[in-house]
Design a protein around this ligand. Structure first.
Ligand SMILES: Nc1ncnc2c1ncn2[C@@H]1O[C@H](COP(=O)(O)OP(=O)(O)OP(=O)(O)O)[C@@H](O)[C@H]1O
Ligand SMILES: [Mg+2]
Length: 361
């Protein structure tokens, strides 16, 4: 399960967006959640390919893979020095796989800005400074440890030490850790540091009603720091989500000139940051299901996502690309055509594969 944390200045529009995401999740979810925490929204990641696959094989229903959004409250200046809720805030971000950074860009004067003026560049920098300081602190501590091993001639330590020096330099220049590639010679260096600014970021420009372009200050900053950016109005999305009824909400969207659902852009944008591939399981009269896996992993890893018992008892997999399956019109025809393949456990998964694991037990 992928976790995404919402951060931003006080009053930036985090909770409005979070509420819209929660509603979307609550409505679209077709299975009960055991626990619903007040600050966690579980949202399905829709994939139109799955709809075609499910129809082709005659599945009973679709179970979507989900993504968790966490409303992380309480960034205060000085968080990196452990002030106020600072440590808790940083710990919450550390647990996330990616960050949604909500930036106030709307000019509604009824909404108080904590600094007294709307200034997206300055707000971004206030948040990022705390994260950069926290990382600088970790990087310096890690460096002082690694430098000793490097002196003793350990090759991996030498590469990590050099990388840490580059990281420290980047952080001091205001650049996030994700802009400094981890060296092949020290592949664990990134994990050892577990930097906050190494996490992928999607900037959400919270714009005025009826706008849908990302203001250039935000777009340029995102591009310069290896981040993504989308524009939405948090308030409109929250209002639309409250309306519930899809048709009414669609009519409202049209009236306001908002195209595709802003929430979809946020969910897909956040998901796109994670570099995952999608795979599917589907059979007649059974629930079809979407899953996600890090790129570069095998069908054996995929089996483990489905169930540890299936992974343990793995014998072989039947694999077919989603489009070949839809094209053939079903498994039997695909088998006749020879597009349904038998693969062993080392098969490297591809985005859009439909798999059936044959297993013992
Ligand atoms: N695009 C927008 N245009 C106008 N008003 C907005 C917009 N987005 C949010 N607001 C309003 O801004 C106020 C603050 O929003 P919200 O509570 O979502 O912010 P927050 O980031 O969660 O704040 P906090 O840090 O206090 O938790 C709300 O009154 C909300 O309706
Ligand atoms: Mg809030």
């Amino acid at each position: 399960m992928m976790k995404v944390g919402l951060v931003g200045m006080p009053n930036a529009g985090k909770s409005s967006l979070f509420n819209a995401l929660s509603q979307a999740g609550a409505e679209a979810a077709n299975y009960p959640f055991t626990t619903i925490e007040p600050n966690v929204a579980t949202v399905p990641v829709k994939d139109p390919r799955m709809e075609q696959v499910a129809e082709t094989v005659g599945a009973s229903n679709i179970v979507w893979d989900t993504i968790e959004f966490h409303d992380i409250a309480g960034l205060v200046a000085g968080a990196s020095k452990g002030e106020g809720l600072g440590n808790k805030f940083l710990a919450n971000i550390r647990e996330c796989d990616a960050i949604l950074h909500v930036v106030r860009c709307h000019t509604d004067e009824n909404v108080i800005h904590p600094e007294g003026k709307v200034d997206p560049a300055s707000d971004i920098s206030t948040i990022e400074t705390e994260l950069l300081y926290a990382d600088l602190d970790s990087a310096e501590r890690r460096h002082s440890r690694v430098v000793r091993d490097a002196r003793s001639g350990d090759k991996v330590a030498i590469a990590e030490e050099k990388w840490l020096r580059d990281v420290i330099e980047a952080l001091q220049a205001g650049q996030p850790v994700r802009t400094v590639p981890v060296p092949d010679a020290a592949p664990d260096a990134g994990r050892n540091l577990s930097a906050l600014t190494a996490k992928p970021v999607l900037f959400v420009a919270n714009v005025n009603e009826g706008e849908d372009a990302v203001p250039s200050v935000v777009a340029d900053h995102a591009a310069a720091t290896g981040a993504g950016a989308v524009a939405i109005s948090s308030r409109i999305e929250a209002d639309l989500a409250d309306m519930g009824d899809d048709e009414e909400a669609d009519a409202m969207r049209e009236e306001l000139g908002i195209g595709e659902s802003g929430l979809h852009r946020v969910v897909n944008g956040a998901f796109g940051l994670l570099h995952l591939l999608a795979f599917f399981t589907a059979g007649e009269d059974k629930p079809a299901q979407t899953w996600h896996l890090r790129e570069g992993l095998t069908v054996w890893h995929a089996a483990g996502q489905i169930h540890t018992d299936i992974q343990k008892g793995f014998v072989r997999a039947e694999v077919i690309g989603w489009d070949a399956l839809v094209d053939a019109g079903g498994y039997a025809a695909a088998r006749d055509r020879g597009t349904l393949r038998i693969e062993g456990r080392d098969y490297l998964m591809k985005d859009g594969d439909v798999i059936t694991i044959k297993h013992t037990g």
